[in-house]
Design a protein. Structure first.
Lengths: 358, 375
């Protein structure tokens, strides 16, 4: 191997690298905050709101992106200044929060339960700054912190109503005659059990004989495992599958497309975020993190930051909801839509209380 | 190696140092230049970005502390990789050994009670080294006995380690509560932050000791680097390690057991990776959970490459990588440059060092394999 040849390769590789990276950065641009645009006509406030993403970062099509949407809405509608710091490592959490607090941002949102300890530790060091912990539970809650939690079980209950009735129906060729539906969970932890419990309760409320098979992947990242679990559920005759499992659910969607079953998405409206999923995506259980973040900023603008509390966003508060049926809008029978509406009314009125554990 | 020109020994030594330091320095400079061009073409101001990056990583004691905090595990994984490379072993699975080291500490630190700090902490550090070494042992034996490539075996073992931890933190070792993680270590099993070791008055008098989150692990890492340097330079163990890495056949002929040296080398490498897991658990998180390591085992490869496998060179190399991550937040906040740019700069540093090193390493290895087939 002569020298000249080697250096040619090196130059070529370097060029490839450049070409590969430059458009990457350019497109990254669009995801970044464009704080330069002056907000002129909006009511001015001197509040500077910021958020720290967890290691998923912006572009996760989930909590981080949703929280950022909440911030952006606050920028447009309330005229607050916004900033976002992405975390690449767990070690970044504390220094990112620290930096934002030092730079005078208030309130600061920390996204994801992995930041719970960090928020609990940093908040007392900045008593004049307010913090919002998305999906974080504190006991006790520091006086300048609000924990933003969600009644995932309530949204999942509605998903269960849809699944429980759909499996009895035949509005789509993927629905079989068996009275079985499936659930795929990420880690078997209380947070995810809330999804499972709500889903089962909702399905049984409209279809007491329905068989619900629950499988857990053990993590939130293994897409192949999600596909495997999907296959396994479909083999056991499940024809509607609900996944609360992060990226694992993407594999389950693949399985549904392969073997013909309907899927119910989670967190975001996955019809919009997962490409080519339209022919299996019946609906999604949305966690409206954006609403929670926006409402918290709004409360702060109005001078009533709910510090020292755990705020729980359920159906009534607009914290969880079902996404539109999209491609299934015309197929889904009115009876199912009506059942969802009456379940929603019952939950909001308190006539139905949804269990948190299966 | 067709060096025919006579040079004085002192001059030769000086040249070798210049060469060793020069190439890494040149790659860092090149990376900064190319990184600047990338930032500039993407519409960011590279001068402002690097100024903010420097401010965020070395701008004051707290920032330096943050840099050291992030350098600590990298020094140790860098050492692990460098020690392996010196024996011509690529321990790509250091991440797995790091997980096992962290796991050992997170478990023992809670399970063992009643020991004073001065005994507890060294015991935990030692346990993490044993755990890391044990995790490298099977790949080491496979390499020595049947020649199974360590890149494959250590990597596979790394997956096993990660999944074991994943399972334990939701299962048997899960702390009460919502979050999948182990119970926090008691104070008596932690590596305290440096600034907590001094009183308020000392800190006021010597403000540079306000090192923020830096913990005693940095001392552990620095001692480890000196220790590895000493082993490699002055002991039979280190000599055999280098000899086998340099030329296994000559070493075998010279009476060194290549198999045994390979086993020792990979296990020692694993021990330092395990220690990296321990300092993260004992100094930063006080517990283990699924994502407690940010790929330190893999960044260690880059650190070792940049250090040209010199145990003392690992220290500045790790500080460079630590500084890049520490300053990334400030760069994002003050210059509006996305953190991902830092990944690009890191990749470029690795690229420019590795472009030379990786070629050399493979050529050397292929030559040796060719030799072994011929002989």
């Amino acid at each position: 191997m002569n020298r000249k040849w080697r250096s040619t390769i090196a130059v070529l590789l370097a060029l490839t690298l450049l070409v590969a990276f430059v458009p990457g950065c350019a497109s990254d641009d669009t995801e970044e905050p464009t704080t330069e645009e002056p907000v002129t006509e909006e009511p001015k406030t001197d509040i500077k709101a910021a958020m720290v993403t967890d290691v998923g970062g912006l572009g996760d099509k989930s909590f981080n992106d949703l929280s950022y949407e909440g911030l952006q809405r606050a920028e447009q509608e309330l005229g607050v200044e916004i900033e976002v710091l992405e975390s690449r490592e767990i070690t970044d959490y504390e220094s990112n929060i620290d930096q934002l607090a030092t730079a005078g941002y208030n309130p600061i949102f920390a996204v994801g339960f992995l930041m719970t300890d960090t928020v609990a530790k940093v908040a007392p060091m900045y008593p004049d700054t307010n913090f919002g912990g998305v999906d974080e539970f504190f006991d006790p809650v520091p006086s300048n912190v609000v924990g933003l939690n969600f009644k995932e079980q309530e949204g999942s209950y509605l998903a269960g109503v849809v699944a429980g009735l759909a499996t009895l129906d035949s509005f789509d060729s993927k629905l079989n005659s068996d009275n079985t539906i499936g659930f795929v969970g990420g880690m078997d932890i209380p947070l995810i059990q809330k999804f499972e419990a709500g889903f089962i309760a909702g399905a049984k409320s409209v279809n007491p004989d329905v068989k619900v098979i629950s499988l857990y992947a053990g993590n939130f990242t293994d897409i192949a495992k999600g596909k495997e679990l999907g296959y396994s559920l479909i083999e056991q005759k499940a024809d509607v599958i609900y996944a609360a499992a992060g990226a694992v659910g993407l594999g389950t969607i693949e399985a549904c497309k392969d073997k013909g079953a309907l899927f119910i998405g989670v967190d975001a409206d996955q019809y919009l975020t997962v490409p080519d999923s339209g022919d299996v995506m019946l609906t999604s259980m949305m966690k409206r993190v954006d609403n929670a973040v926006y409402e918290t900023i709004k409360a702060m603008v109005d001078g009533s930051f709910p510090g020292g509390q755990i705020q729980v966003f359920g159906l009534a508060e607009g914290g969880v909801d079902l996404a539109p049926y999209h491609d299934f809008e015309t197929k889904v029978p009115q009876a199912i839509k009506d059942a969802v509406e009456s379940a929603r009314t019952d939950i909001i009125s308190g006539a139905v209380t949804v269990p948190e554990a299966p | 190696m067709s060096e025919t020109r006579e040079t004085l020994p002192a001059q030769k030594a000086w040249m070798s140092v210049a060469q060793k330091v020069g190439i890494p320095l040149a790659s860092v400079v090149l990376a900064i230049i190319v990184g600047s061009v990338i930032m500039w073409t993407s519409g960011y101001d590279p001068v402002a970005a690097f100024a903010a990056l420097f401010k965020g990583s070395f701008g004051g004691p707290k920032q330096i502390g943050d840099t050291l905090l992030r350098s600590t595990p990298l020094i140790l994984t860098g050492l692990a990789l460098a020690y392996g490379f010196r024996a011509n072993l690529f321990n790509i699975g250091a991440e797995g050994q790091l997980f096992m080291g962290g796991l050992a500490v997170a478990w023992l630190g809670v399970a063992v009670t009643g020991l004073p700090w001065i005994i507890m902490v060294p015991m935990l550090l030692l346990a993490s080294m044993l755990a890391g070494a044990a995790w490298a042992f099977v790949p080491a034996i496979l390499k020595a006995r049947v020649g199974a490539h360590e890149v494959i075996t250590t990597m596979m073992f790394s997956y096993i380690a990660r999944y074991i931890v994943s399972w334990l933190v939701v299962g048997p070792l899960k702390a009460p509560g919502q979050i999948p993680q182990t119970v926090a270590l008691p104070t008596g099993a932690q590596l305290p932050r440096i600034q907590t070791l001094f009183g308020e008055s000392t800190l006021d008098a010597l403000p540079f000791l306000n090192l923020g989150r830096t913990h005693l692990g940095i001392v552990v890492a620095l001692v480890a680097a000196l220790f590895v340097w000493f082993i490699l330079k002055y002991t039979t163990l280190g000599y055999e390690n280098r000899a086998v890495g340099f030329n296994p056949w000559a070493s075998e002929t010279g009476g060194i057991s290549v198999q045994w040296t390979t086993v020792k080398a990979l296990c020692i490498s694993g021990a330092f990776a395990g220690l990296a897991g321990a300092v993260e658990v004992m100094g930063v998180h006080y517990r283990i959970f699924d994502q407690f390591s940010s790929g330190f085992g893999f960044t260690g490869i880059a650190v070792a490459l940049l250090a040209k496998n010199h145990p003392l060179g690992v220290i500045p190399a790790a500080i460079l990588f630590g500084g890049l991550t520490a300053g990334a937040g400030t760069m994002q906040l003050e210059a509006g440059v996305p953190q991902k740019i830092i990944l690009i700069i890191q990749a470029l540093v690795i690229f420019f060092v590795a472009a030379e090193e990786i070629f050399k390493w493979f050529i050397k290895r292929r030559q040796k394999e060719a030799l072994s087939h011929a002989g």
